[in-house]
Design a protein around this ligand. Structure first.
Ligand code: FAD
Length: 316
């Protein structure tokens, strides 16, 4: 049976949900989890419920904050020849870290798969290409371990977790001789919770017309406890940073509620949010494609509707 390591990140004290998605897909395999630096007090118990056998917490000098060299050096030493595959969510951090690690092992890597199976001991994944027009089948050859990143929210959360008992293991890790030490991480003011983890998202499109106008979405988000997202047109126009982009070349999200404001509903945008549980669209054009995917549609000017919604929701 393949021996698998899942590299996991935490968001505050919680384990990022993509780790649970990956674990759910690996049921029946021998799976360990590695977390570098701080992890929440419930991490081991939470991960064990989804099938993690051992939760290894790598700690050491210069590992409390992410640095590509430090994390890669520490993980390389820990992984050694102990694992056949190393999985991670395709987060910004892992997109930086995993290719570096794969290079250090001279091993293959499957990036941003949206589904996979373990056929016996062999990995077979699929990933969209050409803006989702084709799905490529990806297999890994060559030296072990093979490296895989999985798009957050693509697999979906597994059904009910089981009551597994995992073992917590603190590992004294070595960041090695690193050239750049991260002293401080300054969070972007506009992004409260990572989009991929958010339960409610209010997104704005080209119709927002300026970065300043996103303020009305932030105010609505504040009332709803939501995170603000954006279409690529809004990002390309400089109204929002790329970290807020939802879609094929942005983030895949699956919140309980997605409110699309002035977004037409291009296929590349839908690719990143269509699995949202409830979709609300606000658009002046009754024929906008977004209405074909929306559960609730409001035909109207977002600059009238969004402030009205905010005031009404404040009363609830
Ligand atoms: P538009 O298509 O211009 O739509 C604006 C909408 O706002 C219109 O429907 C209009 O009726 C409405 N509107 C105008 N004024 C108002 C108002 N006052 N109130 C309410 N509604 C109003 N796009 C993404 O979003 N994410 C991606 O990751 C992404 N990846 C891409 C990858 C590739 C390879 C390619 C080719 C494209 C990609 N795109 C992506 C771009 C995508 O094709 C669309 O161009 C983009 O999503 C359009 O953004 P939009 O809906 O904000 O703008």
């Amino acid at each position: 049976m393949a021996k698998i390591l899942v590299f996991s990140e935490t968001s505050g004290e919680s384990v990022k949900s993509v780790t649970f998605e990956i674990l759910g897909k690996l049921t029946g395999h021998e799976v360990d989890v590695a977390i570098v630096g701080e992890m929440g007090p419930n991490a081991t118990a939470d991960l064990a419920k989804y099938g993690a056998a051992n939760v290894h917490n790598l700690k050491g000098d210069n590992l409390d904050k992410y640095s590509p060299e430090g994390y890669a050096n520490a993980l390389k030493e820990f992984i050694g020849s102990n694992y056949d595959y190393v999985f991670a969510g395709a987060t910004s951090l892992a997109k930086d870290l995993m290719p570096r690690l794969a290079g250090m092992f001279d091993a293959g890597m499957a990036s941003e798969v949206t589904n996979f199976v373990m056929e016996g001991d062999n990995f077979a994944g699929t990933r969209p290409l050409f803006a989702g027009k084709v799905l490529a089948k990806v297999e890994l050859d060559g030296p072990k371990p093979g490296f895989v990143t999985v798009r957050p929210n693509a697999l979906g959360m597994p059904d009910a977790p089981t009551a597994g008992a995992g073992t917590a293991n603190e590992v004294a890790a070595n960041a090695g001789d690193i050239k750049a030490v991260i002293k401080e991480i300054v969070k972007g003011a506009s992004e409260k919770l990572d989009l991929t983890e958010a339960n409610i998202i209010v997104s704005g499109g080209r119709a927002m017309k300026s970065a300043e106008n996103f303020k009305i979405l932030e105010e609505l988000a504040e009332v709803l406890g939501a995170t603000v997202g954006a279409s690529r047109a809004a990002v390309d126009s400089g109204y929002a940073p790329h970290a807020m982009q939802v879609g094929q070349t942005g983030k895949t999200v699956a919140p309980s509620l997605y409110i699309a404001c002035g977004i037409s509903g291009a296929i590349q945008h839908l690719a990143g949010m269509r699995t949202s549980k409830v979709i609300v669209a606000i658009n002046t054009d009754p024929d906008a494609p977004i209405f074909t995917k929306a559960d609730y549609g409001i035909v109207g000017d977002l600059f009238d509707i969004v402030p009205l919604l905010k005031e009404e929701l404040k009363k609830v």
